[in-house]
Design a binder for this molecule. Structure first.
Ligand code: MG
Ligand code: ZN
Length: 230
């Protein structure tokens, strides 16, 4: 019919998510036992997840012990970058799959010295859709969005912005070269999730990185993660 857009709802297999949830619970028990706060970092490709982690590692050196599990379709480039920043990194190649599963993370954890860590990042595959549905056992999800993207990303992908306890807006040093409307984006995010912490950052200039690292410190120390999914 002219002028009518039809909507089709697709439901991810319930058994698949059920099995994933079981394994995620086992991962979470392992994080709790080792007292490691764990963050599932989710964004589109190219929003600057790895760059944020490199800069974060630099700023937290000597303060918090970090580890990173990096998800990517095929390459080990991101893990190599993170290791150069002095952080233990384990790469997961999903061989084309567009999200990480709890099972993949469980296998990566066998290589991760959890008892030596304060904070573990799981850098998910660049994708704003299905990573929101797959619990990996993390305590919190963080969504990342760069100013080179559209301000309507939160409205288009509300699932991840609803689930994430914090959002990082990255690459704000590029603001003068874009027509990204920062106040409009902040308003969109708060409309979806009014409790969400938002950090306006640039890994390149360092803007907002102290606030971000301060929040990470609170999450990692004194079991700050327990308020989320202890
Ligand atoms: Mg990356
Ligand atoms: Zn996927």
């Amino acid at each position: 019919m002219k002028g009518t857009v039809s909507k089709l709802k697709v439901v991810v297999g319930r058994d698949l998510l059920h099995a994933n949830a079981g394994r995620a619970g086992e991962n979470r028990a392992l994080f709790n036992k080792n007292k490691v706060a764990t963050i599932n970092l989710i964004s589109s490709p190219g929003s600057g997840k790895t760059t944020l982690l490199e800069k974060t590692a630099e700023l937290l050196r000597g303060k918090l012990k970090l580890g990173v599990v990096v998800g990517d379709l095929y390459t080990v480039r991101d893990a190599e970058r993170i290791e150069r920043a002095g952080v233990t990194a384990v790469q997961i190649n999903t061989d084309g799959l567009c999200h990480l599963t709890a099972d993949m993370v469980a296998r990566a954890l066998q290589e991760m010295p959890l008892s030596h860590l304060d904070l573990l990042f799981i850098e998910n595959v660049g994708n704003l859709v299905c990573p929101a549905a797959f619990d990996l056992g993390e305590h919190v999800k963080v969504a990342l969005l760069s100013v080179a993207e559209g301000v309507d990303k939160p409205a288009k992908y509300p699932g991840i912005f609803r689930e994430a306890v914090a959002a990082v807006i990255s690459k704000v040093d590029l603001l003068p070269y874009t027509d990204f409307d920062l106040p409009a984006c902040l308003a969109e995010i708060h409309q979806i999730n009014c409790d969400q912490q938002v950090f306006v950052t640039s890994a390149r200039s360092g803007q907002g990185m102290d606030q971000w690292c301060g929040w990470l410190g609170k999450l990692a120390r004194k079991s700050g993660w327990k308020q989320y999914k202890g």
